[in-house]
Each structure stands twice: as C-alpha cells, then as structure tokens.
Design a protein around this ligand. Structure first.
Ligand code: GLC
Length: 476
C-alpha cells in the first residue's frame, strides 16, 4: 500500500506544536510496518541548516495560483527511513513564522495544488492521501472538483485528520477563482460555504473518504455545539466516516533511561535518578533545593485553549501552599505578564521561563512531581503522556485526549495515573491541585504507586499506527 502524507509542519524540521510531532512520528511508524509512505511538506526556510544541506533539488515546475504563475521547486530528503518531499517557493515560505500571515490562504492554496501536481511528476500515485488540518484539507475537494480529469488520480482515497477544529481556514468566495482557478458553483450551492465564507475544513470533511481526529473523546465532542466550532452539524451528518485515533508519543526521544537532555537517568524500577533531576532543576531555576516540596511544572503555549485563565485566577492562592512552580512557554502577553508579575513576589516558589526550549522542557518533565495541563479543550495533547512516562503526575481538565489518557485518581480505590477535574472552573482546578498536594504529602506509598502506573502506561505509536493502517485498508 502506498500512502502520501501531507501537513504544514513536521518535527524535527519545523514545528509549532503537536501537529509537527505527530507528522514527525506517524509516517516513520507506517514505514516500519511496511507501508510505502512519502511525506510532502512546504520548504520553510526556518528548517535547520543541517537538514537543508541534505536536501537534494530534484526539479522545478510552475503552479498556477489563479492568474499567478509560481515557481515550485521540489526537494527530497531521506531521513530515518522516510522519504520527504519539500515544496520550495521563497516568496511563500521564506518567512520568520510558519503561519499567521495575511496571505496564508494563498500560501496554502499554492501548497495544496503543488502537492497534487507533484504526484504525477514524481510518479507516485498513492492508494491513500492523508491530509492534516486545514492547510491541506482542500486536497480531497480539489482532487474531485478540479483534478478529476487526471485519470490516474481517480482511484486515490483520502483521509483528513483534524488536530484542532478551531482553525478551519475561512476565506472569501473569490478565493476559489482567484487562487484555485475554479468556478464558484460549490460555494454558491452551499457545499464549501459556511457562514458566508469558504471553509477549507468543511470542504475536507465533506470530500474526504474518512475523517479522523486525534482521540476518541474529541471525536465525540466535536459533534456538539460546545466543541464543534460551528462544524458540529456537518460532523454529525458525516459521523459515519469519523473516528478518533489516539496519538502516541516518540518513545525513543522521551525516554528517562536515555534522554540526553537530563543530567541523571532513571527507570520505573529505580526512581532515584528522578529525585536527582529534581534537585538539579531546582538549582537551575534558582529555587531552594527541597526534596519534599512538591514541584508543579507547566510546559505549554500560554493561551486560553490551554486554560491559563483558570491558573492565573488561582495562582496567588496556590502559592500560599508549600509548593514550587516552574513554567516554560510563550503565548498571550496577558498570561506572560500575569505569571511574571505574581511570581516576582514569590521568588523562592516560582520560576517563570518565557521561552521555548526543547531541552529544558525535558528537564521539567523529569524533575517535576506534577504536570499542570488544564486545557479548556484538548484534541489529544502529548505533554501529559510525556509527563507520565517520566513519572510526573498530570493534573488535567477531563476533556478530549486528556480524558482518554489520564485516569483520575480515585481516593477511595487508590486507582489512577494522575488528577482530573470535570467542571471547567478555577475552583474545581484548585480542588484537584489540593488533592494532588495532599496525596503527595500524606500518602507517599499511594503516590509512588500512581507514579509507577503512570510510567507503565503504553502510549507507543505502535498501537495507533496499526489503527491508521486498518483504516486505510478499509477504504482501498
Ligand atoms: C493539536 C492539538 C493537540 C494534539 C496535536 C496533535 O496541537 O491541539 O491536542 O495533541 O494537535 O494531534
């Protein structure tokens, strides 16, 4: 079976979040299982020099973006068993950030048409084309409505994975003729229109053969008005082709026994190295070296989606307890400032790092006792799984992938792998933090059982990649 996997970001080349992590691991797993997989990505010039140098320039051609004739260079890189093709155009992809530009619609219109036109040129006609998020969600639509005249493409089946339904790609009707060089019939008849805008994600949901999202709970949630961001009706209508497949994490990169970012290594059999990492982290963060004070870590984008308004509300209250709090992330200035202002008054309890540092992140996962992730919604979430693998118990809002991966501690049965709260209020968040602090302090045996259970959870891609293969087989 041949699969073409496409997305806007992919670790380790360039990423802004979990989408990049998934694209950097799932294709590798598919290849390991014998699926012939290629990955097609934009050639963002923010890619590290060492990877750029390994890319081989194959050829170039012209992509018509409406009336514009745009250069499209094709580069190839074989990396860890996977073949990557990069779509090169400096005008579109030589920018500081990956997204957030006035012409993102044009950039990804170009990209999607380039992906489709590339297949013939490299003679790779996949059985399944797997698109991810709105940046490639128009491809299933384009294959049927714009490129149907290419015979070889007619048998291609398509899968669209939704990593976050909040970002849908809303554009003016004129984008169809002006960028895609198409008529407006499917807009005028309502198919790809949503609230008077062209909606890439809606087009993908309707035209893909299968739609997946990244956890079973999120697959249910997005069919409700609360979580569907306006597309819930469409998803209810198409629910027959919607499934939730939980993401995995990279077990080679996230391994407390070998992680090169850590000063000390440890395993579930012997956690002594974890406590050395804790002391090292406290020292690195200029906090008192205190083995018995519970250390809460946050590694996240600081946004409303991640629930930081709840944390800010209770932050000063939380700091009245014997705790240490270490944060790593960037985001909304309101949160960056808010944490820094309060933390300034508690220098021996908090360390706020407004930055993005992959290695420091690993030292937080390893050195902390608790990992705070109170997202308002969470399609899957990877950090809570990484934290668990490092024996750091997550405190989560029980939604989406958080609910599917963290088993909330039940004080009666003693079961669990972390702490959870259901009602999305700062009061309930604080209740679950207090339960965690209390368990840490009063019930060390229970605590170490929770840690062991968390570390023994299986979040390997092994299982999930098999689910994708089964899904592909069901449509080809
Ligand atoms: C998005 C979601 C996150 C998910 C990731 C990978 O970033 O917000 O929950 O883990 O995609 O699928």
């Amino acid at each position: 079976m041949k699969v073409l996997f496409t997305a806007a970001e992919c670790a380790p080349f360039f990423k802004t979040g979990g989408l990049g992590d998934v694209c950097g691991t799932l294709p590798k797993e598919l290849v390991k299982k014998g699926v012939e997989t290629i990955v097609v990505l934009p050639f963002f010039t923010s890619m590290a020099e060492k990877y750029q140098q390994q890319c081989e320039h194959l050829f170039d051609f012209t992509v018509e973006v409406g009336w514009r004739k745009q250069y499209c260079g094709v580069k190839r890189l074989n990396f860890e068993g996977v073949t990557y093709y990069f779509i090169d155009n400096l005008y579109y992809f030589d920018r500081k950030e990956l997204y957030g530009y006035y012409d993102d619609g044009e950039r990804f219109a170009f990209f999607q048409m380039a992906v489709i036109e590339l297949m013939e040129k490299i003679d790779f006609i996949p059985d399944v084309l797997h698109a991810n998020d709105y940046h490639s969600a128009m491809i299933p639509f384009l294959l049927k409505e714009k490129y149907h005249w290419i015979k070889a493409y007619r048998s291609i089946k398509t899968v669209l994975t939704i990593h976050n339904i909040e970002f849908q790609g809303w554009y003016a009707k004129e984008v169809l003729p002006d960028l895609f060089g198409m008529g407006t019939q499917r807009y005028d008849d309502g198919t790809v229109r949503m609230n008077d805008a062209l909606n890439f994600m809606k087009a993908g949901i309707l035209y893909a053969d299968r739609v997946t999202t990244v956890s079973p709970s999120y697959a249910e949630e997005i069919k409700t008005t609360e979580f569907g961001c306006g597309l819930d009706g469409i998803l209810r209508m198409e629910s027959g082709k919607l499934v939730g497949i939980l993401n995995g994490i990279d077990y080679d990169l996230n391994n407390p026994e070998t992680d090169t970012s850590l000063p000390y290594h440890y395993s579930v059999e012997d956690l002594s190295g974890k406590y050395k990492n804790k002391a090292a982290l406290q020292e690195e963060m200029n906090l008192p070296i205190a083995p018995d004070i519970p250390l809460i870590a946050v590694v996240s984008r600081l946004t409303y989606q991640k629930g930081f308004h709840l944390v800010i509300d209770e932050f000063e209250n939380l700091l009245q307890f014997p705790v240490q709090f270490v944060l790593l992330g960037t985001g909304d200035p309101r949160f960056e400032q808010g944490f820094q202002n309060i933390a300034a008054r508690y220098p021996d309890k908090c360390a706020i790092n407004i930055s993005f540092d992959v290695q420091l992140a690993q030292r937080l996962y390893a050195g902390a006792d608790l990992f705070l992730m109170p997202s308002s919604f969470e399609p899957c979430g990877l950090s809570q799984m990484i934290a668990m693998r490092y024996g750091t118990l997550p405190i989560v809002h029980e939604v989406g992938g958080l609910k599917d991966t963290v088993d909330s501690f039940n004080p009666v049965s003693g079961q669990g792998t972390g702490f959870g709260f259901q009602e999305f209020t700062s009061y309930q968040l604080m209740q679950s933090i207090k339960l965690a602090l209390n368990t840490y302090e009063k019930a060390p045996d229970t605590w170490s059982q929770l840690q062991k259970r968390a570390m023994n959870q299986d979040f390997r891609w092994e299982t999930s990649s098999q689910r994708y293969i089964t899904l592909y087989k069901s449509i080809v």
